[in-house]
Design a protein around this ligand. Structure first.
Ligand code: GRF
Length: 203
């Protein structure tokens, strides 16, 4: 069997998608292993869940660094210490520097709770309701320079019901997120999807 890809997860809070990835990676035939979880908030609930599952954890606070670039460099240093080959953002509430994005381009993916390119950014469920959408969902995509941009790997759809509010809609989407993210990570780890820097990038 080919070696499993080494995956690090970046979180900021609850960590339910992180937990879904850790659970999926416990299966013998899953093509990736979770080698570390890093949070930019020491109080993130997900850190305790990861530690309880036997996964290495690290918290790094922006307040300890003079600027965004030096914190991102420290994140990369930790990811390299774990020998991470793939980075999964899972509720990581932080804008990444272009240098960090370039460092992990094609090897860093994110989950966003909307059918991208619809409803990027904050409060996508409220955005979907305000737009009168009849359908909503979630997307796993490669991370590129724009927020919630980058080629979509997989999406899952849910109906929007007449009685929905942001919370009921978020819960219906979240259940799909927990199925979708492990599937998308497996596809990347097996090399079934890829993303490369466009040829003219940087001109
Ligand atoms: C999820 O809805 C994810 O799609 C979004 O932030 C939320 C994080 O939830 N990016 P959790 O920390 O994975 O429970």
């Amino acid at each position: 069997m080919t070696p499993r890809k080494r995956v690090a997860i970046l979180i900021s809070g609850r960590g339910s998608n992180m937990a879904a990835l850790i659970a999926a990676a416990q299966a013998d035939d899953y093509p990736a292993e979770i080698v570390g979880v890093l949070s930019n908030r020491a109080a993130a609930e997900g850190l305790g869940i990861a530690a309880a599952a036997g996964v290495a954890t690290r918290a790094l606070a922006q307040s300890r660094f003079p600027d965004r670039a030096s914190m991102d460099a420290a994140i990369t240093e930790q990811l390299e210490a774990w020998n991470a080959e793939i980075v999964c953002l899972a509720g990581f509430m932080r804008i990444l520097t272009p240098e960090f994005v370039d460092r992990w381009l094609g090897r860093m993916i994110n989950i966003h709770p909307s059918l991208l390119p619809l409803f990027k950014g904050l409060e996508p469920h409220a955005q979907a309701l305000a737009a009168g959408a009849s359908e909503h969902g979630c997307s796993v995509h490669f991370v590129t320079h724009g927020m919630d941009e980058g080629p979509v790997i997989l999406q899952a759809r849910v109906p929007v019901l007449p009685e929905d509010n942001s919370e009921t809609l978020a819960a219906r989407v979240l259940a799909e997120e927990h199925r979708l993210y492990p599937k998308a990570l497996a596809m990347l780890a097996r090399g079934e999807v890829s993303f490369q820097r466009p040829a003219h990038h940087g001109n």
